[in-house]
Design a protein around this ligand. Structure first.
Ligand SMILES: *[C@@H]1O[C@H](CO)[C@@H](O)[C@H](O)[C@H]1NC(C)=O
Ligand SMILES: *[C@@H]1O[C@H](CO)[C@@H](O)[C@H](O)[C@H]1NC(C)=O
Ligand SMILES: *[C@@H]1O[C@H](CO)[C@@H](O)[C@H](O)[C@H]1NC(C)=O
Ligand SMILES: *[C@@H]1O[C@H](CO)[C@@H](O)[C@H](O)[C@H]1NC(C)=O
Ligand SMILES: *[C@@H]1O[C@H](CO)[C@@H](O)[C@H](O)[C@H]1NC(C)=O
Length: 432
């Protein structure tokens, strides 16, 4: 039987329990109210239109030399919507467009396995420290881009001509259809030579550090050094050279002319790169008044989510699957380039344009028009109809571009905003 004491005890606990529950509810309400505003802020669409319009309004278009072809470099980063962006050129039959040619340059320079010169590894060591691009490397990029856009195919490395990206991304190389077919028919692929160097120079960029890269570069590019040295590096780079040079003769005899013809017949040549820095643009802009640079950037929250969902060649080795670390790497790369771009603007006013992918997907047609206006060319009807098809209601590109709003947790989005503070400040980010 319950005694009086029990009843009192029970009442006591009920009251305490009730008060405790009330207290908890109040606390929960307050915190959820607090974070609801924070959540709204954290998830708000990044509106950088003022940044872009500010650019173009002030811009005086620099005249092209009408007697020579126009050249445009799209400088961007992995998972920034550059496949979509590149289609603005690839769908135009008057344009010679190449997609991502610099991976092959890195393999040629250092003997890294093709496809594994991961852009974020080029700018960030595996321990997370920033890698400053050596002057020599930056210069090699400038020279390569100049040769490519001037159709000096003879001066391009063999690794470029036989790279797997031609096959992997053949739909992004409409202008090179015949060339790619020729490579396939004749079995002209880098894989024939890939046994020799990746084990020594890197199966992935950064595997063995800068000293090894330098060493591989010297062995690959100095005949004298190979001849006068012993050891596995001398042996294998010798075999590699023989293999590659043998293929060069074959490619040049059978397929290179198809590449050259397509390139030369185009009055507008475009290339998209994710392995260059703004610093390398200086020399290319200097070289030819007809060169223009488009800097394509995207909301870091969308970029890191997209990288997370991609395979490991789309992320820095340092970050692994940590999106906050990946955001640190991405934002550092973009901030460095935005700052450099400001310097270049003084020297080459009217020749650089920044495009925010998130804005482009909202107003694809008007952005496409602006981009072609910047190049003093007109939008081709085939490009317009592609744009309409690709961004139709059923396949809403804005929705795709802002998928991160549904997928990233609040905490993660918040932390990305923190590590990317400078990025948001530099692009004049406003919550609107
Ligand atoms: C644009 O092209 C037209 C001819 O198509 C030419 O008259 C004009 O000068 C060009 N403008 C610039 C800025 O190069
Ligand atoms: C739009 O184009 C991009 C680039 O070619 C492609 O990856 C994407 O699947 C296309 N989207 C739609 C909805 O057609
Ligand atoms: C990270 O690695 C690089 C290259 O090996 C080295 O120069 C740098 O000092 C390292 N940084 C840290 C913090 O260990
Ligand atoms: C050197 O080349 C041979 C092929 O001749 C290859 O089997 C070997 O793995 C290479 N060595 C290294 C360390 O990658
Ligand atoms: C695409 O989706 C966005 C966000 O859901 C919406 O605001 C926009 O109106 C849609 N656009 C079209 C063309 O349906």
């Amino acid at each position: 039987m319950f005694g009086r004491r029990h009843v009192l005890q029970l009442t006591f606990f009920l009251v305490i329990g009730f008060l405790g529950a009330r207290f908890l509810i109040v606390v929960l309400t307050v915190t959820s109210r607090l974070s609801r505003t924070q959540i709204q802020q954290t998830y708000r669409y990044i509106n950088m239109a003022s940044f872009v319009n500010g650019n173009t309004d002030k811009m005086t278009f620099v005249p092209f030399d009408a007697t020579r072809p126009k050249k445009v470099i799209i400088l961007t980063y992995q998972r920034c919507g550059s496949s979509f962006f590149g289609q603005l050129f690839n769908t135009n039959p008057d344009v010679f467009y190449t997609y991502e040619p610099l991976d092959s340059l890195y393999s040629a320079l250092y003997g890294i396995k093709e496809g594994w010169n991961v852009p974020s590894d080029i700018t960030t060591y595996w321990n997370g420290s920033e890698r400053i691009i050596p002057t020599k490397e930056g210069r090699a990029i400038s020279i390569f881009l100049d040769h490519l856009l001037s159709c000096q195919i003879k001066s391009l490395p063999t690794e470029t001509l036989i790279h797997r990206f031609w096959f992997l991304f053949s739909s992004f190389h409409v202008a090179l259809r015949d060339f790619i077919k020729c490579l396939g028919t004749n079995g002209l692929k880098y894989t024939r030579c890939e046994a020799y160097t990746p084990g020594l120079c890197g199966r992935r960029f950064g595997e063995f550090g800068d000293d090894r890269l330098e060493k591989c570069n010297q062995f690959l590019w100095t005949n004298e050094l190979r001849r006068s040295s012993r050891g596995i590096l001398a042996q294998n780079t010798t075999k590699y050279r023989r293999c590659i040079d043998g293929m060069r003769a074959e490619v040049d005899r059978r397929c290179t002319p198809l590449f050259r013809i397509q390139c030369q017949r185009s009055e507008l040549r475009a290339t998209k790169v994710v392995r260059a820095t703004m610093a390398s643009m200086d020399q290319v802009l200097e070289q030819d008044v007809n060169v223009r640079v488009i800097h394509l950037i995207r909301d870091p929250r969308a970029v890191v989510l997209s990288r997370l969902l991609f395979d490991s060649s789309g992320r820095s080795r340092y970050a692994g699957k940590d999106v906050v670390k990946e955001a640190t790497v991405y934002c550092r790369d973009v901030v460095r380039d935005i700052r450099r771009r400001r310097q270049l603007d003084e020297k080459y006013s009217g020749r650089l344009l920044t495009i925010i992918y998130d804005d482009l997907t909202r107003y694809p047609i008007s952005y496409a028009e602006q981009i072609y206006k910047f190049l003093n060319a007109s939008l081709h009807e085939k490009t317009i109809s592609w744009l309409i098809r690709n961004t139709s209601e059923k396949k809403n590109s804005t929705k795709i571009a802002s998928k991160w709003q549904k997928k990233l947790s609040y905490q993660t989005a918040r932390r990305i905003m923190d590590v990317c503070k400078t990025f948001f400040a530099e692009v004049d980010y406003s919550f609107s």
